[in-house]
Ligand binder design. Structure first.
Ligand SMILES: NC(=O)c1ccc[n+]([C@@H]2O[C@H](COP(=O)([O-])OP(=O)(O)OC[C@H]3O[C@@H](n4cnc5c(N)ncnc54)[C@H](O)[C@@H]3O)[C@@H](O)[C@H]2O)c1
Length: 269
């Protein structure tokens, strides 16, 4: 059977996960390699990236990894050069890295606001700046930007920089999609809803405070209850949809904003 990404070169940012289990980037890297892609993954945490690489290697897939902070302009330029040197021109770019800091506009520091925008939005600007010329050489490419339903709906948690930065991802992706539509480069946003990934359990983000709960377990239970299906989604829900967006099966899909959220964004309140 022909694999869905056979021979394609995929660059995935944040290919590790911020704790035990499957983050979205880790699941995408594993799935894309299973489907025949040559994966180049980066993460700010080299051991997280190496853990994903070891999983892919055990399964017989092809994956190289690099340490890179995707908010560092020089590092991103080097990352793209190294990816092309290792595997050839890039077919697929997955802009997956993202973070959150709890706080509304009054409580949040300017530093946290800027950090969240750098990680969630500027990183996409930097990767696209260097990857698009490689895609133009091939005459095609698929860019998948990981947004969030927090960019279009209020989740009840005050994290103003997260919501605003994920909304900015929509404008960024649309602009890229329309500028490069004639050259065969597609750009889409995948918006996960409430997912049970290592990120939501990260102490740094203090999501339990955002939910006004005493423990991570209580916060996770509250998130499950919020979802129409009675439970959060997982990293594989994101990975399976992004596989379709990355592949040629979605060749007429560009500038789309696709929710992977178990129906939560359809709710009134
Ligand atoms: N988990 C959810 O409920 C949820 C919901 C909506 C959207 N998302 C989005 O999905 C994406 C991935 O989230 P996840 O839950 O899998 O997170 P995760 O924290 O498990 O994984 C993110 C990875 O990115 C890496 N990273 C962080 N900052 C980096 C930087 N500056 N440079 C390079 N690597 C960096 C981390 O080390 C980590 O390995 C994010 O964009 C997030 O906003 C998640």
């Amino acid at each position: 059977m022909v694999k869905r990404l056979e021979g394609k070169v995929a660059l995935i940012t944040g290919c590790g996960s911020s704790g035990p289990g499957w983050g979205n980037g880790k699941a995408m890297a594993a799935l894309f390699a299973r489907e025949g892609a040559k994966v180049y993954g980066c993460d700010i945490n080299p051991s997280a990236a190496q853990e994903t690489q070891a999983i892919v290697a055990r399964e017989g897939g092809i994956m190289s990894v690099a340490q890179c902070d995707v908010t560092d302009a020089d590092a991103v330029e080097r990352l793209v050069k190294d990816c092309i040197a290792a595997h050839g021109d890039i077919d697929i770019l997955i802009n997956n890295v993202g973070t959150a800091r709890i706080g509304g506009v009054v409580e949040q520091s300017l530093e946290d606001w800027q950090l969240v925008f750098d990680i969630n939005v500027t990183s996409m600007f930097l990767t696209c700046k260097h990857v698009i010329p490689s895609m133009l050489k091939k005459g095609k490419g698929s860019i998948v930007n990981i947004g969030s339903v927090a960019g279009i709906r209020d989740s009840g948690v005050a994290y103003v920089s997260y919501s605003a930065s994920k909304a900015a991802v929509l404008g960024f992706s649309r602009s890229v999609a329309l500028q490069y539509a004639k050259q065969g480069i597609r750009s889409n946003v995948l918006m996960p809803g409430l997912m049970n990934t290592p990120m939501v359990r990260q102490p740094l983000i203090s999501l339990a405070d955002g939910y006004h709960t005493q423990s991570i377990e209580e916060m996770l239970a509250k998130r499950d209850q919020q979802c129409p299906m009675g439970h959060m989604g997982d990293a594989w829900d994101v990975a399976n949809t992004s596989l379709w967006l990355a592949s040629d099966e979605s060749k007429y899909i560009t500038s789309a904003e696709i929710v992977v959220d178990g129906g939560i964004s359809a709710r009134i309140g």
